[in-house]
Design a protein around this ligand. Structure first.
Ligand SMILES: Cc1cc2nc3c(=O)[nH]c(=O)nc-3n(C[C@H](O)[C@H](O)[C@H](O)COP(=O)(O)OP(=O)(O)OC[C@H]3O[C@@H](n4cnc5c(N)ncnc54)[C@H](O)[C@@H]3O)c2cc1C
Length: 410
């Protein structure tokens, strides 16, 4: 059995085209970020520009239907685009945009034809960036308890409430959210899903002061905010999936966010850690010669490889539209738990040097320090470790008479 993808000559020809395009369109100043919390506005703009150029070709969201601004490409060609971007430390999209990765699939599954034609092209072509606004002070893991209220008023809904731990550095054009539309309704049957222009009157935000808001990778957000809605009038057209049907819409993005989207990326931090240990000497010899450290590195290597294969499988399941059960939470759980193990290995191998990103002491350029700090934070977004276990148990039939179905994804 061969787990790796093999490419035909035609697919390799496509790779050449992608490589040439990226060489011509990725400016030399575009850096692989060390800490997303420091992503400058200039670097952000370069990524947006690259996103637009990819979008023009349908390569920003390559497997989405062409008629809505995607590329209509098969999975193998999407993997090639991702692999070529990965050579630059980038992924699709090359900046934080959960509108495309999570919001657009919801609109594709649950939106009307008119809504698809209105909302999808700007997202899939990279013209707008969209945040996801789910969590509230009293509703994180228990998302169905959201209290932000939307009340119908003619052709609009009036929204009041607050969302927290949301957003990213350098703003957004639109926001998608889940709110309550029937405070007295039954649980899961009282919610609605909206796409909201970020510049509507009554929307304000304050930044959160966090340990970090992202780990390694260009798609990390860099910052988080609390967003307030004060009598915000949103057109009824922006309600996707119908009133009080929001939980069904949420099953689509939750499925993807809980590991179901998959990825082709390997955890590069392990390669950096191995390189660090091979090139950094203590007591007259490279760290990698120490049998205890070698032990740790092998464990980390195995974790990274398991994670890569889980994610690649999920990417394949998603883009070939195969049925799935527990695979999403399995990959997410493994990423989060192995991230903590790798962080521990970093601390054990580097000792106090794990706490600094001063280049004089850290030849990884700060990547190891940022990863180790972010690994604890990274157990929260998109469902905590405990929540992934709860979902996985339901999917494999532990503790429930009927197995839980995976969310609808196309
Ligand atoms: C860096 C970062 C980025 C984020 N980005 C976003 C974003 O873009 N958009 C957004 O909407 N939200 C975002 N979040 C919020 C994130 O989704 C929540 O933090 C997460 O869902 C957990 O919710 P909570 O913090 O309210 O914790 P709680 O839900 O209050 O959980 C507290 C603890 O209880 C445990 N727990 C809860 N329920 C159970 C259960 N049933 N069984 C066992 N244990 C349980 C949890 O695992 C956790 O350890 C982000 C958070 C962080 C830290």
């Amino acid at each position: 059995m061969d787990f790796e993808l093999r490419y035909t000559p035609e697919q390799e020809a496509f790779r050449k085209e992608v490589r040439a395009f990226l060489e011509a369109n990725i400016p030399p100043e575009l850096e692989e970020p060390v800490d997303p919390a420091n992503l400058s506005y200039e670097q952000y703009l370069m990524r947006r520009e690259l996103g637009r150029k990819l979008g023009e070709r349908g390569w920003l969201f390559p497997t989405f239907p062409k008629e809505y601004g995607g590329g209509g490409l098969p999975m193998e060609l999407a993997v090639i685009i991702e692999e070529e971007l990965d050579r630059y430390g980038l992924s699709l999209p090359p900046y934080y945009n959960t509108g495309g990765t999570l919001g657009a699939p919801c609109i594709l599954v649950w939106g009307t034809e008119e809504q698809k034609r209105y909302f999808l092209p700007p997202i899939l072509k990279g013209e707008v960036r969209v945040w996801q606004l789910l969590t509230e002070p009293g509703a994180g893991s228990d998302l169905a308890s959201v209290k932000t209220l939307a009340v119908r008023d003619g052709d609009h809904y009036i929204i009041n409430g607050q969302k927290t731990f949301v957003g990213s550095l350098h703003g957004a054009d639109w926001m998608w959210t889940i709110v309550c539309t029937d405070p007295n309704g039954r649980r899961h049957e009282n919610l609605s899903w909206f796409m909201i222009p970020a510049d509507l009157p009554g929307i304000s935000m304050t930044p959160l002061d966090l340990l970090t808001a992202g780990g390694e990778g260009g798609a990390s957000p860099g910052a988080k905010f609390t967003v307030y809605f004060d009598n915000v009038r949103v057109p009824a057209f922006n309600l996707v999936g119908g009133e009080n049907n929001g939980w069904k819409v949420a099953t689509t993005h939750l499925e993807l966010e809980h590991g179901g989207a998959g990825s082709i990326r390997r955890n590069r931090i392990v390669d950096r850690l191995i390189e660090y240990c091979k090139t950094t000497c203590r007591n007259g010899q490279p760290l990698s010669k120490d049998p205890d450290i070698r032990d740790l590195l092998v464990e980390c290597y195995i974790d990274a490889e398991i994670g890569r294969l889980f994610n690649l499988r999920n990417y394949w399941l998603r883009h070939t539209r195969r049925p799935r059960t527990y695979e999403g939470p399995q990959a997410s759980l493994h990423r989060k738990v192995s991230g903590l193990r790798i962080a521990e290995a970093i601390v054990k191998a580097l000792g106090p040097y794990a706490l600094t990103n001063d280049p004089a002491w850290d030849p990884s350029g700060g990547h190891l320090e940022v990863f180790h700090r972010a690994s604890i934070v990274a157990t929260h977004p998109g469902g905590t470790i405990e929540i992934q276990k709860v979902i996985m148990a339901r999917r494999i039939g532990i503790g429930r008479a009927v197995r839980e179905e995976a969310g609808t994804v196309v």
